[in-house]
Design a protein around this ligand. Structure first.
Ligand code: SIN
Length: 529
């Protein structure tokens, strides 16, 4: 059974970019927002750090621009960086106007924290749960907006393309699976906006929630959109190492407030890697920890907060303090065991200054997008800012979209597919991909490891394709197919970069090439979809 629905704007994803877009686009059209699980199951909701913006008297736009360019290691687009940094203070104002609570100092100024790679205090935050607070305020605003319909427990399966009807590959919506009923609906829209977040689940260790399976990148690529710089996967240096912790982030803001990285022996080590020591850029810190763990064979390094005033630590990091306490660790008394984990995809679906992809009527905003801001390594807390800036621009630009759709839209074809009872196959494939991606295309890479990963993903993708078309579609299968394609694209991008730059470090080419270039893949030239 298939249902057809129509709207002006279809938004896939309910994080900061998707919801901010929806709120603004709802002024001139009807918006449907899809969310795979609950609307708050987003990377935004898990963000601890904050939003980077120039607000301090001792800070300047030039300094924020320079820090972003330095960390981006030669691959940021300067005008994109300037645009985002310049709009920073206005976007913080907008968040406040939306009712987002932000931490204040005793004299009622916005409290600014510091994170790796920032030369000044410039990150606005709400305790250590900034993303959760932003998500709360945006969802409250969306609930009050009659022009927005939120469809929870709905996952997009594939984008609808005019190419199937003999036209150009313009997008006019998506096939959408309702996870509760198993029904695939046809959702037709003037413009489709990918706001589906990142790809952390491609790796076995990640700070991301379960929903981060790279769906937007996979769907856009299958449709023929260009994707860029997918080799630049950011590994966060400090995720809690504990058998019962799941993937719990220990924010960089702890180091911003004076936390020190130590080995199990208590010795410090970051002075051997970067002049900013524990607060060096993320790629450097993650690699340093990886190296120390390999050298010593230890399970983790430690983040020490015990020299700081306990009352300050409890007040500034209440969420982290409580979560660790529940696991039997008082962070004011004992150092926190930490390891690196996949955290943020710096590449993504290639977009222009309006958030438009290379496919007509398809937009991408937030982590799913490549805008040119992050370059080869993202400066901490620039991403929520980017999500706000580009969702605002896209919401303005979609007004100009001319509807392109066939007179009659073909419903989803389930074919003769039978119910699959073989959930174990999905689980095993998923686990295998995530493990070899961690070992072969992780923090430190080599030609040999990348080639091993390439051979494995080829075999697995064949199996998954077969399974996908043989059996009735489920949300796990949709995610697995996307995850496998994104892994393939990361491998292919990493294979093409014959240098070490930013987040891509390979022992075979430890130096930076003389010329900085982007890696771009498109279905006609890249691996099969
Ligand atoms: C953190 O709190 O360490 C994460 C901030 C970010 O990834 O921008």
């Amino acid at each position: 059974m298939s249902e057809a629905l129509e709207t002006d704007y279809l938004v896939i994803g309910s994080g900061i970019a998707g919801l901010n877009f929806a709120l603004q686009a709802a002024r001139h059209g009807r918006v449907v927002v899809l969310t795979k699980k609950h609307p708050a199951d987003t990377n935004t909701n898990w963000a601890q750090g904050g939003v980077a913006a120039v607000l301090a008297p001792d800070d300047t736009l030039e300094q924020h621009i320079a820090d972003t360019l330095t960390v981006g290691d030669g691959l940021c687009e300067r005008e994109v960086v300037e645009r985002c940094v310049q709009e920073g203070p206005a976007q913080v104002e907008r968040l406040l106007a939306l009712g987002v609570k932000l931490a204040r100092t005793a004299d009622n100024q916005l409290d600014l924290t510091r994170e790796g790679g920032h030369s000044r205090r410039r990150v606005v935050h709400y305790e250590d749960v900034t993303g959760r607070e932003i998500q709360r305020a945006l969802l409250a605003a969306v609930a009050a907006e009659p022009n927005i319909t939120m469809l929870d427990e709905h996952i997009a399966v594939d984008l609808l393309s005019m190419a199937k009807y003999g036209g150009e590959p313009a997008c006019f919506g998506a096939y959408v699976l309702c996870r509760r009923t198993g029904v695939v609906k046809t959702l037709v829209a003037k413009a489709t906006v990918l706001a589906s977040g990142g790809t952390g689940k491609v790796y076995i260790y990640t700070s991301n929630p379960d929903v981060a399976t790279g769906d937007g990148i996979a769907m856009a690529y299958r449709m023929g959109a260009a994707v860029a710089d997918l080799e630049f996967v950011q590994f966060h240096p400090t995720v809690l190492y504990h058998p019962h912790a799941g993937s719990f982030l220990i924010s960089e803001a702890l180091r911003g407030e004076g936390g020190i990285l130590r080995l199990a022996t208590g010795e410090t080590f970051m002075e051997n890697y970067h002049p900013l020591k524990s607060l060096g850029p993320r790629d450097v810190v993650a690699r340093a920890i990886d190296n120390e763990l390999k050298k010593s064979g230890a399970d983790s390094v430690f983040l020490d907060m015990t020299h700081l005033e306990p009352a300050f630590v409890r007040k500034r990091f209440p969420n982290i303090h409580e979560r660790c306490l529940a696991l039997g660790l008082d962070i004011t008394q004992k150092p926190i065991p930490v390891v690196p984990a996949a955290h943020y995809m710096c590449g993504g679906v290639k977009t222009d200054e309006h958030g438009q992809t290379t496919v007509r009527n398809l937009y991408a905003i937030g982590e799913v997008a490549y805008t040119g801001l992050h370059g080869a390594c993202r400066l901490a807390s620039n991403s929520l800012l980017e999500g706000m800036v580009y969702s605002t621009r896209a919401a303005e630009h979609v007004r100009t979209v001319e509807s392109l759709r066939p007179a009659k839209v073909a419903p989803w074809q389930a074919g003769s597919a039978a119910d699959s009872n073989d959930a174990i196959v999905v689980a095993l494939n998923w686990e295998e991909i995530r493990r070899f991606m961690w070992s072969y295309v992780g923090i430190v890479r080599s030609d040999k490891r990348i080639e091993r990963a390439r051979r494995r993903i080829e075999v697995l993708r064949d199996e998954i394709q077969e399974y996908y078309w043989d059996f009735k579609i489920t949300s796990d299968l949709v995610e697995l197919r996307n995850l496998a394609l994104v892994a393939n694209l990361i491998i292919e991008s990493a294979r093409r970069r014959k240098e070490s730059r930013g987040l891509h470090y390979t022992v075979d080419y430890p130096e930076k090439a003389a010329t900085a270039r982007h890696t771009e893949l498109q279905l006609t030239h890249g691996p099969r979809g």
